[in-house]
Design a protein around this ligand. Structure first.
Ligand code: AMP
Length: 249
């Protein structure tokens, strides 16, 4: 079984993001970039399927500029077998990413496509669902457990207030939630080996997709600064301030 995993290059989750001075975008100057955490979970799940003898090949695909090859190499170091970069400018919107991923699905014919549930930069939570609509493949989103059973895939989903279990026919699409697994760290020997693994570069034209824009980012602004707190002498003063200044009691 071939597994395709979509990995996105995003600002590292440890970085405190800043808006550019003119508010046009997030400032990416000298900012550490990484694989989107939910995509890391997707790679881990695919690699575990391979280690369990269920998957035969794991392909990591990323859509973006040349820099996203770094994240593909990370996926290769984590255990993916080969990589595909679909070369576009960065910041391509989810519908276009989904169309490009559909092109890769048509070309590679994977039995399973694993994506993150959400990218932590745009917080879109759209690409997996759109890929499901474009390919007509069944999808299990927000997965916290998956099991392959012959031609069927059992997906446990995290939904409000509980878990839902679905049975999907393969080929299928899964988007990962946080509790699906704990991704491993790439070892130094595997980072070295990853440099030699196959990484193909495709253009949108190779996949018959036109990159269009339907959205314009109007403004990016940081949340309002929190005001400094004050120290009170005793409970009586606290109650007095809550009552007469904050007027919350
Ligand atoms: P989003 O819909 O942007 O929240 O992204 C959900 C998931 O779609 C991500 O976790 C990735 O698995 C995949 N994805 C989104 N954008 C890209 C991209 N540029 N390249 C590869 N995968 C992507």
């Amino acid at each position: 079984m071939k597994v395709l995993v979509a990995v996105k290059r995003v600002v590292d989750y440890n970085v405190k993001v800043r808006a550019k001075a003119d508010g046009s975008d997030v400032d990416l100057n000298n900012v550490k970039m990484a694989i989107n955490p939910f995509c890391e979970i997707a790679v881990e799940e695919a690699v575990r399927l391979k280690e369990a003898g269920v998957a035969t090949e794991v392909i990591a695909v990323s859509v973006g500029g040349k820099a996203c090859q770094e994240q593909i190499r990370t996926a290769l170091a984590l255990g993916a077998d080969r990589g595909i970069q679909v070369e576009t400018e960065s910041g391509v919107e989810p519908l276009v990413v989904a169309k490009l991923l559909k092109g890769v699905v048509d070309k590679e014919q994977p039995q399973l496509v694993i994506l993150g549930k959400q990218s932590i930069d745009g917080d879109n939570n759209q690409t997996g669902q759109m890929l499901g609509a474009l390919t007509g493949m069944p999808q299990g989103t927000f997965a916290s457990e998956i099991t392959v059973n012959g031609e069927k895939l059992k997906v446990t989903r995290e939904i409000d207030g509980g878990l839902q279990t679905l049975s999907l026919s393969l080929p299928a699409i899964v988007t990962t939630d946080l509790r699906l697994n704990e991704p491993r760290y790439a070892s130094l020997p595997n980072i070295m080996k990853a440099k030699k693994k196959q990484l193909d570069v495709l253009t949108p034209a190779d996949l018959g997709v036109e990159v269009t824009r339907h959205l314009t980012q109007v403004k990016v602004q940081p949340p309002a600064e929190r005001q400094a707190g004050i120290k009170v002498e005793d409970v009586a003063q606290l109650v007095d301030k809550l009552k007469n200044e904050a007027k919350v009691i």
